[in-house]
Structure formats: structure tokens, C-alpha cells
Design a protein around this ligand. Structure first.
Ligand SMILES: OC[C@H]1O[C@H](O[C@H]2O[C@H](CO)[C@@H](O)[C@H](O)[C@H]2O)[C@H](O)[C@@H](O)[C@@H]1O
Length: 624
């Protein structure tokens, strides 16, 4: 049976982990107790036999409508049948020492025959737990995990699946709650499902009310922020790149990666988006996570870490899972962790600078860690690396990595100038000048009238659309305008923009992947910043339409079918959406002014009106 399209899923979560709920009422993905734990529902990467939880009409479905309750992560799926309408409300209550997955079945009209099928398979679909009846439900146990189902429904067990057949009539509310706990601990106490639902709704509404964005596209911005929050691991502040592993970037292909980790790059972009919308608490929590994760020798800095900052995220394959629509292998862990990606230093410096501007409370060790990283970058910036796209081919002289090295030193200089910090600014200025000159000389191709992927090369790369946002060159510079036009002409089709051309073999993988959603937003930004605002607005409308019916984005889009590709929902895509809304909201004057001054155009508005962190006293070793 073919897998459901990725866009047919919606996410629910409790800021420790997340579940994917299909349009058909089946929860096909859930890792417990945290994002990167083994899945107990893995049907997403196989079939129902790999674990899933279905609640749906047992008769033909005439129509399905879905929505999130406004400002929340509570999903409502409404099924229309011949005999009536039924709504299934799904959420994961915010944890209070336990983890719950709550499904409330509500009769809306008439009488609907229903089915429930629960297939619990621990360790990514490979372990059938031992199941026994309890008062008001059942308990499944295998190794370290127990799952406790509580419901008033009659349950039967057949073929190692738990089933129920029942009817729901108008006004009826039938709860099902699945709690996870460590198998050696006492069982969780029964909870009042209505109270759980109400407190979950309150939590999300209170959170989303704090979004400071009041301009156009507020709904899309709030949905993106809720998604970013859903991808945050509350105990540590770490933010995962996506909720899934191995959703393919190419239908049936091998470009399948595990994104349930915290990338410094992605999380930094995400943090920018949160700061832009006024969520300084999350920004502070993430900054704390970051400083703990990167503590140690600067040469040991990884590109990604686990949600708690663990470094061991070794990559291996799950050979018993066939993969999404047969796209194998299914991978756990990510070998990109040990790559050399020199851009991350610039991203870190940029974010910590922005955090200071936005008034995130000072952290005494931050500046000394930053200084150590800069010393390391000073020694290594000229080396080839794997770059922003984490290519698995030979290291290269990626232009974007060099530009980000410039960003690192530029933000260091600004930190000294604007916050009274201590550092060798003259040396950093020389480095900035050297890197800038090298990029402009070797990273720009006159014949193509564009910046290019590698120094001395000719291939284009959508990451270079970020040049004016980073303040490397002002938007009115003809080289920036040329780059925006070249990417538009050669790397884009309709709303889609490719990261680079895979047929050049640069990434050592079979060619062909979808359009990369964040790059579409970057092209909108580029067009807006170079003054092509009408085109930018028109493109933005098309890119926004890539969101599914509940406002979620994956990593990529298949140009042939329009279906979503890659991991889902993807933080990188949602943070790019938020940033673009801010860029489009800037006046022409503000854009020109900030870009000329070498500031991030979107960040400039975030900082406005907020109290910046107090500059530290100017003395050696002092830090904010
Ligand atoms: O394309 C090959 C690489 O794909 C993944 O990396 C991509 O996702 C990262 C997380 O969102 C993002 O930071 C990076 O810029 C993207 O290229 C994958 O994680 C890599 O292992 C893989 O080599």
C-alpha cells in the first residue's frame, strides 16, 4: 500500500517529542520519550505492522476537514460519512512528569460507526510488547518502556493488535489516552482527559498570544512559531531540525537523513525567527543549550548534537524498515555531525550578537567562548569544508563558508564596538578585509555575473542569496543584483528554488532532489532587498501556497508532482517563512539603510523598541 503523502500529516507534540497524525486518522510516527528515541509508531517508514494508532470511521469517508484550534497545537480532524460527522481531537499534553497522547472522539452529527486499531511496536517497529489488561484499559511492556492505554471503549486483541468497534452519536465524547513511562517505575495515575485537554489548550494559547508580530500573514507566522516551539526540547532548550528521520528528498531515493537532532546552523536560524517574534525566553534557553553543547575544545565543535547536547549521534541503517514509499535506507544518527562546516562559526557569532541586541539576559561565559572559537576560525577559515549543504563529497572552497567567516569576525568587531567587550579588533578588521577581498575576487564570476558556489568555480548556489541579509554587500551592489537574477533564472522554477544543481556531482549522490523550501523564501528576500518588490510579493504568495492545509512545511517539494519531500515539519523552512514576512514588512528606506550599514535587515526591526543588553564595563576578560 503506498504511503500517505507527507502533506497529509500534521504534527502534535509536548516539547519533548512529536507525533505525526495522518488525514486518515492514523498516528504513524511517534518516538518516546524524546524526539530521537526509538519510535513506537513507525508506520511512516513502513506499514501498519511497524506501529500506528488509527481512529477513524469504519464506513466510507466522504470528506475530511482538518484544522488546529487557533493558536494551539491541538489538531481537529473532522470526518464526514453518510450517517453523520465525527471529530477526532488529538494533542500531547505538556508534561508534568509523564507523557500522554490524548485522542478525544466527538460526535458532531448523526451516528457514525467507528474503528480503533492500536499497533504498538517498540524500537522502530521491531519489538512486539507483552500486553495485559488493566482496569480501564491495557498495559504494554517491552524492555525499558511501558505504554498504558486508558479508555472506556471495549477492547479486543487479535493478531497482536488492539481493536475496538463502536458507534459515536451527536454530543458524545469518548477519550483515549496513551501514557508512556519507564517500565521499572510505578504506573502513571489515571488523568481526567477533559482537564488535560483544557490545560493543553491554555498552554498553547498563552504561548502564541505572546507573538509580537502584528502585521500581515500573522496566521502563517504564528503557525510557524508554534511549529518551531513544538520542535524545542523543553528541558534543555535544544531545537531539533525536524520531527522525523529518512523522509526522502528524492522519491524512492537514498537521500534520507535523520533530522531529530539540534544543528547549530538550523537552530541558530530558528532562534533568529523566535527573536524576531519576541520570544526571548526560548532564545535564552537555546543560548544556554548552545553554550553547554559547544563547551570544550573549539576544534571539537560539532555541526549537530542531541537534544541534551550529547555528541555521539553515530549513523546506522534500520534494515527491517522498507522506508517511506520504499525509499531506503532508513537512517538513524547523522554522519554530518563530524564534518567540517566553517559557516557555523559565523552563524553562532551572528546569533549571539543578535541576542545581545534583543536584550536576552547576559551570560558571563559567552564572550570568552566566542573569543576561543574566533581564534580557531582565524587558523582554519582558508581550508576547504563540507559547507552549509553538508555535501558528502570531497571538501571544497565553498564561497558561503568564507562569507560566514567574514560574518563571524564582523559580528565580533560589532560586539566590541556596541557592547564594550574586549578583543583584538584591529586584527579582526584586517581579517575581514582579507576575506572580503578574496570572496569578491574569487567567489564572483564575471561571465555569469553572479557569486558562485566555490572560489574559482562557475556553479551557482542559492545560499549566496543571503549576501545582502548578512550585510556582506549592500543590496544595491550590482554583484548582488546579478546573483539574485542568476539564481532566479537558473535555479528556480515557479515557486521552487534548488540549493544547487545536483547533476554536477558535487554531493557524490545520485542526482535529483526537490526544490529546497528555505531557498524559495531566500529568493523572495533577495528580490525584495534588491528593490524588485512586486516580484517578491508575487513569489511569496506562491511559496506560501506550498504549506499544507494546516500551515506546515517540509524540507523540499517535488517539482513533478507538487508533493512534499524530506523531513517534516522542518524548522529551517518555518524559520525562513518568519524571516521573509519581516523582510517584506520593511520599508524601502529601512531596507536600504540597514543593508548599507551591514546589519541584518530583518534583525534590525526585531531589536527596535526592545531594551538591549546592558554593555559590560570595558575591561579585559569582561563579558556579557
Ligand atoms: O544533502 C545532504 C545532507 O542533507 C542533510 O542536510 C541538510 O539538512 C540539515 C538539517 O536541516 C541542514 O543544516 C543542511 O543545510 C542541509 O543540507 C543531512 O542532514 C546531511 O547528513 C546530508 O549530508
Amino acid at each position: 500500500m503506498p504511503s500517505q503523502p507527507i502533506e497529509d500529516y500534521a504534527v502534535i507534540g509536548d516539547c519533548h517529542t512529536a507525533a505525526l497524525v495522518g488525514r486518515n486518522g492514523s498516528i504513524d510516527w511517534l518516538c518516546l520519550p524524546r524526539f530521537d528515541s526509538p519510535a513506537c509508531f513507525a508506520a511512516l517508514l513502513g506499514g501498519p505492522e511497524h506501529g500506528r494508532w488509527l481512529v477513524a470511521p469504519a464506513v466510507p469517508i466522504l470528506g475530511v476537514k482538518r484544522r488546529y484550534r487557533p493558536g494551539t497545537l491541538i489538531l481537529e480532524t473532522e470526518f464526514e460519512t453518510d450517517s453523520g460527522v465525527v471529530r477526532v481531537v488529538d494533542c500531547m499534553p505538556i508534561r508534568n512528569g509523564r507523557s500522554d497522547l490524548l485522542r478525544m472522539i466527538i460526535g458532531v452529527r448523526g451516528r457514525v460507526p467507528m474503528q480503533m486499531e492500536l499497533v504498538m511496536r517498540l524500537d522502530y517497529g521491531s519489538i512486539v510488547p507483552w500486553v495485559r489488561r488493566t482496569e480501564g484499559g491495557l498495559l504494554a511492556t517491552a524492555g525499558p518502556d511501558s505504554l498504558l492505554l486508558q479508555t472506556p471503549l471495549p477492547l479486543t486483541g487479535r493478531h497482536m493488535r488492539t481493536r475496538s468497534e463502536f458507534e459515536v452519536t451527536r454530543g458524545e465524547r469518548i477519550p483515549l489516552n496513551l501514557a508512556h513511562c519507564a517500565s521499572h517505575l510505578p504506573l502513571p495515575q489515571p488523568q481526567d482527559p477533559e482537564a488535560l485537554l483544557a490545560s493543553t489548550e491554555k498552554f498553547w494559547r498563552d504561548w502564541s498570544r505572546r507573538c509580537s508580530h502584528r502585521g500581515p500573514h500573522r496566521e502563517a507566522v504564528v503557525r510557524s512559531l508554534l511549529t518551531l516551539k513544538a520542535l524545542t526540547y523543553l528541558p534543555t532548550g535544544g531545537i531539533v531540525a525536524a520531527a522525523t528521520t529518512s523522509l526522502p528528498e528524492q522519491p524512492g531515493g537514498v537521500r534520507n537523513w535523520d533530522y531529530r537532532y539540534c544543528w547549530l546552523r538550523d537552530a541558530t536560524f530558528t532562534l533568529n525567527a523566535l527573536l524576531l517574534a519576541g520570544h526571548t525566553e526560548e532564545a535564552e534557553a537555546w543560548r544556554e543549550w548552545l553554550l553547554r553543547a559547544i563547551a570544550g575544545r573549539p576544534g571539537d565543535l560539532q555541526t549537530l548534537y542531541s537534544v541534551t547536547g550529547e555528541r555521539r549521534v553515530d549513523e546506522y541503517e534500520l534494515d527491517w524498515l522498507p522506508g517511506y514509499n520504499g525509499a531506503a535506507p532508513v537512517r538513524v544518527g547523522n554522519a554530518a555531525a563530524r564534518q567540517l562546516q566553517l559557516d557555523i562559526y559565523g552563524e553562532l557569532m551572528d546569533t549571539l550578537h543578535l541576542a545581545r541586541h534583543a536584550g536576552v539576559p547576559p551570560q558571563p561565559h559567552a564572550w570568552s567562548i566566542q573569543r576561543t572559537l574566533l581564534d580557531y576560525l582565524e587558523r582554519r577559515w582558508e581550508e576547504p569544508d563540507e559547507g552549509i549543504w553538508e555535501i558528502r563529497g570531497p571538501r571544497r572552497q565553498f564561497t558561503h563558508s568564507k562569507i560566514m567567516a567574514w560574518v563571524a569576525f564582523d559580528r565580533a568587531i560589532k560586539s566590541v564596538e556596541q557592547f564594550g567587550l574586549d578583543g583584538p579588533v584591529d586584527r579582526w578588521r584586517e581579517l575581514c578585509a582579507e576575506i572580503h577581498a578574496r570572496v569578491c575576487k574569487e567567489g564572483f564570476n564575471r561571465r555569469r555575473n553572479s557569486f558562485v558556489q566555490c572560489l574559482g568555480g562557475t556553479a551557482l548556489d542559492a545560499s549566496l542569496l543571503l549576501i545582502p541579509q548578512l550585510g556582506f554587500l549592500p543590496a544595491e551592489d550590482p554583484r548582488v543584483q546579478g546573483t539574485v537574477e542568476a539564481v532566479r533564472r537558473e535555479l528556480s522554477r515557479g515557486a521552487l528554488v534548488w540549493r544547487y544543481q545536483t547533476r554536477t556531482g558535487v554531493d557524490n549522490l545520485p542526482p535529483g532532489e526537490g526544490g529546497f523550501v528555505p531557498c524559495s523564501f531566500w529568493l523572495v528576500d533577495g528580490l525584495a532587498l534588491v528593490g524588485r518588490r512586486k516580484e517578491a510579493q508575487a513569489l511569496f504568495k506562491k511559496v506560501l501556497a506550498l504549506c499544507n492545509d494546516v500551515g506546515l512545511l517540509s524540507e523540499e517539494i517535488d517539482p513533478d508532482t507538487g508533493h512534499m519531500l524530506g523531513n517534516f515539519p522542518q524548522a529551517f523552512s518555518h524559520m525562513a517563512l518568519v524571516n521573509t514576512v519581516r523582510v517584506l514588512g520593511l520599508s524601502r528606506e529601512r531596507m536600504a539603510q540597514t543593508s548599507r550599514k551591514g546589519e541584518r535587515p530583518a534583525a534590525a526591526t526585531a531589536a527596535r523598541g526592545r531594551r538591549p543588553a546592558r554593555p559590560a564595563a570595558r575591561k579585559a576578560g569582561s563579558s556579557p
